[in-house]
Design a protein around this ligand. Structure first.
Ligand code: MG
Length: 263
């Protein structure tokens, strides 16, 4: 090969290598021609079909996929917290609702739950006897740890993060939507359980949304930890699904129409 041919071959080789390398190095940019135009069906997802749930005829009653925790008949879904081998010691009244029997201890579900949608109705004692935290105090404890306060907060001042609709000593409710003692109240709750890493460290705290009589009182609020009467709340240990419990605070309160959906 003479010198001229040698340089020509070298030049062609460089061009080829350049082209190949340009193909491999090409950034992931869209082609210059306009992209394929979008069609309506390109953003439609059909499968799997969304599960059908039949809603109740009356708003607030259980939809078809709910687990019934109390419908007036019995407390078979509940046990005593003092001795979980024993039946729940609270009193069913008129086959319609049940009442806290003070100082018999709290009650808890037999089943365990994590993320859930809960509906529960409650009423303060008909006769107004006490004040502050002493009037119709109970509570719904998610995963047996995090308390949504139940209290007669109708014209009854107490600390704002301890009244009805509060996450006890954690978040005050956004407003006070309490009905007077002779009327029933509803809580509709969307609860997201806390997540923990394999080593037990908190990954994400629990969150809660609460409607009190249809009024938003907790808006996806962060639950800052285990409910304590004294001291700041935290997550001392990791845990999985757990029971829902109702508090015996030594005062009467009434409950009815309790159902739950696992999420
Ligand atoms: Mg309470």
């Amino acid at each position: 090969m003479n010198l001229k041919n040698y340089y020509t071959t070298l030049f062609v080789l460089f061009i080829c290598i350049g082209n190949v390398s340009a193909q491999f190095d090409a950034p992931n940019t869209p082609p210059e021609e306009s992209p394929m135009p979008m069609k309506p069906e390109m953003t439609e997802i059909w499968e799997p079909e969304v599960t059908v749930v039949t809603p109740a005829d009356i708003l607030g009653d259980a939809p078809s996929d709910a687990i019934i925790l109390f419908d007036g008949k019995n407390l078979d879904q509940w046990v005593s917290q003092k001795d979980v081998s024993q039946a729940a010691p609270w009193k069913i009244v008129d086959g319609k609702f049940f009442e806290v029997v003070p100082n018999t201890g709290g009650i808890q579900t037999k089943m365990k739950f994590g993320d859930c949608q809960l509906h529960i109705e409650f009423s303060a004692p008909d006769e107004v006897k006490f004040s502050g935290q002493g009037r119709g105090n109970s509570g719904v404890f998610f995963q047996n740890r995090y308390e949504l306060q139940v209290l007669d907060s109708y014209q009854n001042r107490t600390y704002r993060n301890g009244q009805a609709g509060s996450i006890y000593k954690d978040h005050a409710p956004l407003v006070n939507a309490m009905k007077p003692p002779l009327e029933w109240n509803t809580y509709d709750v969307i609860y997201t359980a806390p997540r923990f890493k394999p080593n037990g460290v908190l990954e994400s705290p629990a969150r809660i949304t609460v409607l009190h009589n249809g009024v938003l009182v907790q808006n996806n609020a962060t639950i800052n930890g285990l409910t304590k009467y004294i001291g700041l709340h935290d997550y001392p240990e990791s845990h999985g699904e757990d029971v829902i419990s109702l508090q015996d605070h030594g005062t009467t309160a009434q409950f009815r129409n309790i159902w739950i959906r696992k999420l």
